[in-house]
Design a binder for this molecule. Sequence first.
Ligand SMILES: Cc1cc2nc3c(=O)[nH]c(=O)nc-3n(C[C@H](O)[C@H](O)[C@H](O)COP(=O)(O)O)c2cc1C
Length: 473
Amino acid sequence: MASITVRNLDENTKQALRERAAKNGRSMEEEARLLLGDTRDTPDSEYTSHTRILPRVQDEILDSTDLTDKRILLIIGGGIAAYKCLDLIRRLRERGAAIRPLMTKAAQEFVTPLSVSAIANDKVFSEIFDRDDEHDIGHIRLSREADLIVVAPATADLMAKMAQGHADNLASTVLMATDKPVLIAPAMNPQMWMHPATQRNIKTLDSDGIQFIGPNTGEMAESGEAGFGRMAEPMEIVSAIGHLLVPDSEPKPLFGKRAIVTSGPTHEPIDPVRYIANRSSGKQGHAIAEALGRAGAEVILVSGPVTIPDPKHPETIHVQTAREMQKAVETALPADIAVMVAAVADWRSVDEADEKMKKEDGKGPSSLKLTENPDILKTLGHHKKRPSLLIGFAAETENLEKHAQAKLKRKNADWIIANDVSPEGGVMGGEQNTVKLISKSGVEDWPQMNKTDVARRLVDEIIEHFSVETLEV
Ligand SMILES: Cc1cc2nc3c(=O)[nH]c(=O)nc-3n(C[C@H](O)[C@H](O)[C@H](O)COP(=O)(O)O)c2cc1C
């Protein structure tokens, strides 16, 4: 078989390989081997994709998560990602949690107990045979006095110890001696993560009821390495902790899915006071963003200028023009779901006057030269980071179904929600909507509903889409 040395590749090729490897959850070397047609010893990455037991949730949900009086025993393992613990501790304390840090010996090679102790505002525990702490069997007390044990970073070694039931240091002993929930955030080199021994340990820990957050896929601290093994970000860990300690009664079937929603009109300036716009109110897009958020998705709402308030949960990015909206949407990628509801102006004025254009007596109106705006739905449909479920809205005043079918194909969307926005229907700006869901498999006519119900029904369809997809895997 052919061979290449990854470090001899030029920077662009290396970057492309890194991204491809990260996407497929492999190391760069493994990805290169596969590209060259060598499938020897390629680990089965199947398990990597469903060990994210507690995936990401949006920061907004977390921000409202109150961890007051929650006691967290944070076990810090000896990996490069240990530095992220300082930020994790800070964010947990900001939310009212009390953090008791426990560091393995190896962890102390990466961050100092002094920094951890200062940020946690508590002493760092590390010794099993500590005369001061163990006179009353301190390792049992550490577990008893916690509501949750978090291991971050969870090293391959610590996971192996947990899976095998070792109790040869304070961390492993506490983990053996506890009946409290345990959340681990693994962090290791992709090869270590893929190693059959680690994969066996993951299975064991999973069946022992240990909760996982991450690892993520992406670049590793070691240069030139990418793949599964990167520790979840502190805010993701905070999310998972919130999820465990403050469980929400509502089911979250879209938990772990990331969605981008656009809403409202765009305003395309002609001069400082005039603009081209349409009558979209943002009610439908905002309702969909909210419904996705309630179903547990991490939602980024990109809203044009509207007069309705921002929804409570999704993060809202405010834009004015189609170009700004496109930029915000592309910046928010990658996403699992994109619902492009905004009524983006098709055209904008070629020139934007710096000063207000004056009416001059006898000259008549000046003509407006228009140019096409970017087509956001089409851009996403052909994007290299295309969301796996891409939904567009088609606002039509005639030949609804025909236009929507054509739009579905042209824009490479999965579904089009077609609504008749003829003025007599009162859809634009109104409370009600009558839509058709058009997909490759046919047309579904929905009865007239208010926009909140349209949003709920659409989110139900999205939930069903993903549950079917999961079953098919
Ligand atoms: C520079 C360096 C970085 C390391 N990074 C990791 C890591 O990210 N993940 C991991 O599982 N082990 C890593 N190791 C290996 C662990 O430090 C080693 O297995 C240690 O015994 C773990 O101890 P602990 O599990 O008690 O913390 C690293 C070692 C070194 C020297």
